[in-house]
Design a protein around this ligand. Structure first.
Ligand code: PLP
Length: 389
């Protein structure tokens, strides 16, 4: 077992060791630990839907009606009625012909990429894509070509040199999870059509966040079916858990028959799926939620900038503050925890070496006043520790 402790010692020395914390959430953005109350600026609960009364009610009703577990994989035992309804509603929400749910966003990415392409095919993947896309690429055994972040000229030149045989798949995060910027999917789709490549967009941080009504990246750019695979999750803005893919009927039928992470895993519980359905319904009937999120995101970005922190011009609720070293990032996050503000410390391998950062996320459930106080605390702590500013 020596190699295990050797590894752990090594990552501690590099300030890359990770630990779990336990918090009790009182609502979507406030949590308690050891008698203290914390403001959470680290969650992906962008619309605060984890604690929405109607959604909680829907989940409880589903347990009462169908039980706590699904009992098996969907192809072996069938599925509770909420599944088919959810998939129909999702397809509508995404403006697609059909949709299929996966147990997590991670499993959706791994399952989709590894079944759509294989040996002899080529994947074009943005260098900052989420780890689950990276793992899907590895599992596929296709040739993986990484292009510079959101650099459509680079992507285009790589496609121009692509082998003439085999499938081509371009895959990007719609909203990048650690940087909060939006992929130039309008240009990517133009290039894809020129080279006859499939386009897959991961909307984990775009669903419920960007586009009219929070419909995601395709809606943001007005692209609809020009994106072949719209992947998304219930785990972020939709306040539940699970992943999904929306697209043409043929693609969905193909995935149901081919994606191993779909076929060989027990279906999600009735409560989870009912919660996801109720969340989509809340999102559809309360467009003001998305507007509030967007206002809060702009307010926080401005407050942090006014307090002297280097925060970019973006529009999404993911706000990176680049620190550089892993050690300094951890020190800053711990200092903020003492001040009852929780932000994430993001270090390699999640982000490239030398770009460790605070990842600050905003929710529609935050009040402007508490965001303003938090922005001051973050800037003051950074100054005290002589970090960033
Ligand atoms: C969170 C995330 C996933 C994985 O989704 P889970 O539902 O958490 O498994 C996939 N892609 C991106 C971009 C993500 O941020």
């Amino acid at each position: 077992m020596d190699f295990l402790s050797k590894y752990l010692t090594e990552i501690k020395q590099l300030e890359l060791h990770r630990e779990l914390y336990t918090y009790s959430f009182r609502d979507a953005v406030h949590a308690q630990m050891d008698g203290k109350e914390y403001l959470i600026l680290a969650s992906n609960n962008y619309l605060g839907l984890t604690h929405d009364p109607a959604i909680k009610q829907a989940a409880m009703a589903a347990i009462n009606e169908y039980g706590t577990g699904s009992g098996g994989a969907r192809l072996t035992i069938g599925s509770h009625p909420h599944y088919a309804l959810l998939e129909q509603e999702l397809a509508e929400f995404k403006g697609a012909e059909a949709a299929v749910a996966f147990n997590t966003g991670y499993m959706a990415n791994v399952g989709v990429i590894s079944s759509l392409v294989g040996t002899g095919d080529t994947i074009y993947s943005d260098e900052l894509n989420h780890a689950s896309i990276v793992d899907g690429c590895r599992l596929s055994r296709a040739r993986v070509t990484i292009f510079q972040h959101s650099d459509v000229n680079h992507l285009s030149s790589l496609l121009a040199q692509s082998p003439s045989n085999g499938q081509k798949l371009i895959v990007v995060d719609g909203v990048f999870s650690m940087d909060g910027d939006i992929a130039p999917v309008d240009d990517i789709v133009d290039i894809a059509e020129k080279y006859n490549a499939l386009v897959m967009v991961d909307d984990a941080h775009a669903t419920g966040v960007i586009g009219p009504g929070g419909h995601g990246t395709a809606a943001h750019f007005g692209l609809k079916e020009r994106i072949h695979i719209q992947m998304g999750t219930f785990s972020k803005a939709l306040g539940s858990e699970g992943g999904f893919v929306a697209g043409r009927k043929t693609i969905i039928e193909f995935l149901i028959n081919k994606a191993r992470s779909f076929i060989y895993s027990t279906a999600l519980s009735p409560a989870t799926i009912a919660a996801a359905r109720a969340a989509i319904q809340q999102l559809t009937s309360r467009p003001e939620l998305v507007q509030k999120l967007s206002r809060n995101a702009c307010f926080m970005r401005r407050s942090l900038r006014d307090a002297g922190l280097p925060v970019g011009e973006g529009v999404t609720p993911i706000i990176p503050v680049i620190v550089g070293s892993a050690g300094a990032t951890i020190a800053l996050v711990q200092e903020l925890r003492r001040e009852e503000v929780i932000v994430s410390a993001i270090r390699p391998p999640t982000v490239p070496a030398g770009t460790s950062r605070l990842r600050i996320t905003v929710s529609a459930a935050h009040e402007e006043a508490e965001l303003a106080v938090a922005a001051e605390k973050i800037a003051a702590a950074a100054k005290r520790l002589r970090i960033v500013v």
